[in-house]
Design a protein around this ligand. Structure first.
Ligand code: NAP
Ligand code: GLV
Length: 320
């Protein structure tokens, strides 16, 4: 009898075929709607493998319903949607997709930094709504990027890829990380600082840590108050790292100048969220890794990880 696998979203046929060569596959058939919890609760009962996205909360209550599960393969590098300890206790392996999305996510992070600094979204709306009547000296004037100081919080794979891009813009780069990275520091000419100093000095603060109990609300009212009133916060990591209430007030009251957000505490962000009312916020629907090639690579890697665990081999990217 073939092992059973449940896939929580419609993924490309060629990836499904690879899994079907080894497993009996059931799949949620929608592309734009996540699998309802009650469906997932039923589907997980008898499967050996789960191929899931960051939209699914894989918690203890769900795992209690899984009677044959060997592996949870997340099609994402971040795995804060999974109770990893609960999986480990039950002998279930957890895998993720690091590396293949690093450059694409760094591209988007730098694009968001540039759009926020130079007010691209606001400018497009200005033109389309017929407000553009003339050229004037301070019309839609933004902040310079070339030669500015970038502070990166979390110098991992994406943090480093971002620093490489910033070097091309002659930026002075500060970083704060849980552990110091002397090799990268030397290679890219980065300066390590404590977090408070980084917040005080940087013109742009980019968050690139995972979301963990330690990084929950890492940036709150106190941290925002340390930033310059001309500074810009960019978050493409996870929404919960920034306290959104504190961010709203900081942006509204001119404590900081602007923010670029690809991620939110609650996703999709509710349309009546106060942050969406501010002109100095650029908001994206969690598209950091969203290039066609990269999403294919992530799906392929998630399938490889899943199949390796099902074969009792060691997956390439094992979280636990
Ligand atoms: P990574 O290589 O593991 O880098 C994370 C870095 O954060 C590591 O250097 C780590 O330090 C540091 N870190 C962890 N906890 C910290 C803390 N409490 N204080 C300071 N630094 C801390 O991961 P990555 O591949 O760069 O991805 C980073 C995150 O980006 C992911 O977890 C995910 O949430 C997010 N992401 C978002 C998108 C998107 O679509 N918007 C796409 C991809 C990734 P150590 O070196 O000491 O471990
Ligand atoms: C996307 O947010 C990821 O973690 O891969």
């Amino acid at each position: 009898m073939k092992p059973k696998v449940y896939i929580t979203r419609k993924i490309p046929n060629e990836i499904v075929s690879k899994i079907e060569a080894v497993c009996e596959v059931r799949m949620w058939q929608e592309e734009e709607k996540p699998v309802p919890r009650e469906v997932l609760e039923k589907e997980i009962a008898d499967v050996d493998g789960l191929f899931c996205l960051l939209t699914e909360s894989i918690d203890q209550a769900l795992l209690d319903r899984a009677h044959a599960l060997k592996v949870i393969s997340n099609m994402a590098v971040g795995y804060n949607n999974i109770d990893v300890e609960a999986a480990k206790k039950r002998g279930i392996r957890v895998t993720n997709t690091p590396g293949v999305l690093t450059e694409t996510t760094a591209d988007l992070t730098f694009a968001l930094l540039m759009s926020t600094a130079r007010r691209l979204v606001e400018s497009t709306e200005y033109l389309r709504s017929g407000k553009w009547e003339t050229w004037s000296p301070l019309q839609l004037a933004g902040q310079d990027i070339y030669g500015a100081t970038l502070g990166i919080i979390g110098m991992g794979r994406i943090g480093e890829a971002l620093a490489r891009r910033a070097k091309g813009f002659n930026m002075n780069i500060l970083y704060y990380n849980r552990s110091r990275k002397p090799v990268v520091e030397k290679e890219l000419g980065l300066q390590y600082t404590e977090m408070d100093e980084l917040l005080q000095e940087a013109d742009f603060v980019c968050i690139m840590t995972p979301y963990t109990p330690e990084t929950n609300n890492l940036i709150g009212e106190r941290e925002l108050s340390l930033m310059k009133n001309t500074s810009i916060l960019i978050n493409t990591a996870r929404g919960g790292i920034v306290n959104e209430d504190a961010l709203y007030h900081a942006l509204k009251n001119g404590v900081i100048w602007a923010a670029g957000l690809d991620v939110f505490e609650k996703e999709p962000v509710p349309l009546d969220h106060p942050l969406l009312t501010l002109p100095n916020v650029v908001t994206l629907p969690h598209i950091g890794s969203a290039s066609i090639k990269t999403r294919m690579k992530m799906a392929e890697l998630a399938a490889e990880n899943l199949l390796a665990a099902i074969r009792n081999e060691t997956p390439k990217h094992l979280v636990v």
